[in-house]
Structures are given as C-alpha cells and as structure tokens.
Ligand binder design. Structure first.
Ligand code: HEC
Length: 105
C-alpha cells in the first residue's frame, strides 16, 4: 500500500503517465501467455490442440522485428491467438514482446 501511494505521488509529481519500464514483461507473460506458449516451447497438450503454435527459437525472432511481434500480440493471429489489446495496455504488450525475445537459449 505504501508503495502504491509512493508510486502515485511520483507519477503525479512528474505529470507523466506510467512509463514502459514500469510493466513487468516476465510476470505478465507468466500470467497470460505461458499456459499456451510454455517458455518458448509450446506446452505439449496445447500443441496438440493448436499445432500452429510456433517454437520461439532464435530463427523465429530473427525473422521478426519487435514491431511485428507487438502487432501480433496486439491484434492476434489466426483463429486461436486472440487480440490482447483489450486485456493489456500498450506498454505491457511492449514489455512482454521484449521479454519473450530473451527465451531462446
Ligand atoms: C489460448 C492459447 C494462447 C494464449 C493464451 C496465447 N497465445 Fe500466442 N499463439 C497462440 C496460437 C494458437 C498461435 C499461432 C497463431 C497462428 O499462427 O495461427 C500463437 C502465436 C503467437 C505468436 C507468433 C506470431 C507469429 O508471428 O507467428 C506470438 C508472438 C504470440 N502468440 C504471443 C503471445 C503472447 C505474448 C501471449 C500472452 C499475452 C499469448 N501469445 C497468449 C495461442 C495462444
């Protein structure tokens, strides 16, 4: 609670909206995306259900810019990847897009 008040005071004092670095890409990924995407290797049971889920390896990210990935998350893809724009804020989607790039080992 004290943190929330302090953060609110900070934001008001700076007359600035919450910035991108405020969103925790890892936590947002884990609560919204991991159930289908695993940690870059789709969850096996889900892969059976949605065989179109890609593996997120270095080649996947080499073929896409961050803008492409933000657009896919925002607008969805195909039948089973929904548009997240009504669930997540733009800065949250950006934070997730940055985080998933770190998944390939
Ligand atoms: C219900 C399961 C499900 C959830 C939850 C889900 N996705 Fe997906 N995702 C999919 C499927 C299915 C595809 C493949 C879509 C296609 O190619 O038709 C996909 C594809 C993608 C792709 C690849 C798009 C491309 O360029 O080919 C990205 C990036 C992605 N999802 C990110 C996310 C993020 C980030 C989240 C959480 C905010 C998320 N997904 C949550 C099912 C899911």
């Amino acid at each position: 609670m004290r943190y929330v008040v302090a953060a609110a005071v900070f934001v008001l004092a700076n007359h600035a909206p919450l910035q991108a670095q405020g969103a925790d890409g890892k936590a947002l990924f884990e609560s919204n995306c991991k159930k289908c995407h695993g940690t870059g290797q789709p969850v096996p049971a889900i892969k059976k259900l949605f065989p179109e889920i890609p593996v997120w390896d270095a080649a996947f990210f080499a073929a896409r810019t961050e803008t492409d990935i933000v657009a896919t998350i925002t607008n969805g893809k195909g039948k089973n990847m929904k548009a997240w724009r009504e669930v997540l804020k733009a800065d949250e989607i950006e934070a997730i897009a940055k985080y998933i790039r770190t998944l390939p080992k």
